[in-house]
Design a protein around this ligand. Structure first.
Ligand code: FE
Length: 308
């Protein structure tokens, strides 16, 4: 349920080093569904249980990382309202015409204080999940690989965490769900925010490397599916950063791995429901290990340092 007019993370565009190697990985190992290619060479995917035409777009580049992040909003009136709210807040916006991305309406694009390019859009063609809308069956057949349900959230890094946090809360209507305080006991080092009742729709980490991404995250149905994802990663020699494991933050159970270009992906399940009347959880610096990796309480160097 939207609490703010922003419905959910709707799409993101990722850079990959070798397009066809990546298409094979995302189709046969990660288990996304290819839904189209455009005349700029971009390849479009969705998760099997998502209904809109696309949520994950890749393009070939000489550098890994994310081009932009898009949130779907309730309708065109909400899009217009949020654009004028952004401008009133001092944020420059740009309209990307409908059709620039396949099956996607007009987008409002803007840069946030951590340097990331964000978009809002109201329209994307619904192609369904293949089960129909009348008396649908309860499962989708012939799923491949890890096969996540949906694009869930991103963790992104930049120096002006306070600026991006405040913009998301004050303009886009997100709620603070959890945060990690720095050694001084006052500064937010990381924040988890939601526009819905999910435990997080986006996370920001304070980091001098502006406009970087730590991971794009995809939801699985169960802890058993997370364990099975680890088996698939083992079989196909996917590079695993850490996991399977549990977070203290959000209580999610998860694996971090890398795609063939070095983009970190999270495949997780769990997390509690959050409503805007709830008090956020705070983690202190001395409990950082438990916050991130609840069982071992020890952070690995690669998890802390590698971003794209
Ligand atoms: Fe995450």
């Amino acid at each position: 349920m939207t609490m703010s007019g922003v419905l959910r993370p709707g799409h993101c565009q990722l850079r990959v080093l070798d397009l066809e190697e990546s298409v094979n990985f995302y189709t046969n190992v990660f288990g996304l569904v290819e839904t189209g290619r455009d005349d700029t060479g971009r390849v479009y995917f969705k998760c099997h249980d998502e209904r809109d035409h696309n949520s994950f777009i890749i393009r070939e580049s000489d550098r890994a990382g994310m081009d932009f992040y898009g949130f779907k909003v309730r309708d065109k009136a909400t899009l217009d309202r949020l654009e004028s709210d952004l401008r009133a807040y001092g944020v420059s916006t740009e309209r990307i015409p409908a059709g620039e991305m396949l099956e996607t309406g007009e987008r409002v694009r803007f840069e946030i204080p951590t340097g990331h390019i964000m978009e809002l859009y109201a329209e994307k063609t619904a192609i369904g999940d293949g089960l129909g809308y009348v008396n649908p069956d309860v499962f989708i057949e012939n799923r491949k690989g890890i096969s996540p349900i949906r694009l869930d959230h991103w963790q992104i890094h930049g120096a002006d965490l306070d600026g991006s946090r405040d913009l998301f809360i004050n303009v886009l209507g997100f709620s603070l769900v959890e945060k990690i305080l720095g050694e001084d006991g006052k500064t937010d080092m990381a924040v988890w925010l939601t526009c819905s009742t999910k435990a997080h729709d986006i996370a920001f980490v304070r980091d001098q490397r502006n406009n970087t991404v730590h991971h794009a995250s995809f939801l699985l149905e169960t802890w058993e599916k997370v364990l099975h994802a680890a088996d698939i990663m083992g079989k196909y020699r996917v590079s695993i950063d850490n996991g399977p494991l549990r977070h203290g933050i959000t209580r999610g159970t998860t694996i971090y791995s890398f795609d063939p270009s070095g983009n970190r992906l999270e495949t997780f399940c769990g997390g509690y429901d959050f409503y805007p009347d709830m008090q956020p959880y705070t983690w202190t610096w001395d409990e950082l290990g438990s916050a991130i990796f609840y069982h071992t309480r020890a952070l690995n160097e690669r998890f802390l340092t590698v971003v794209t």
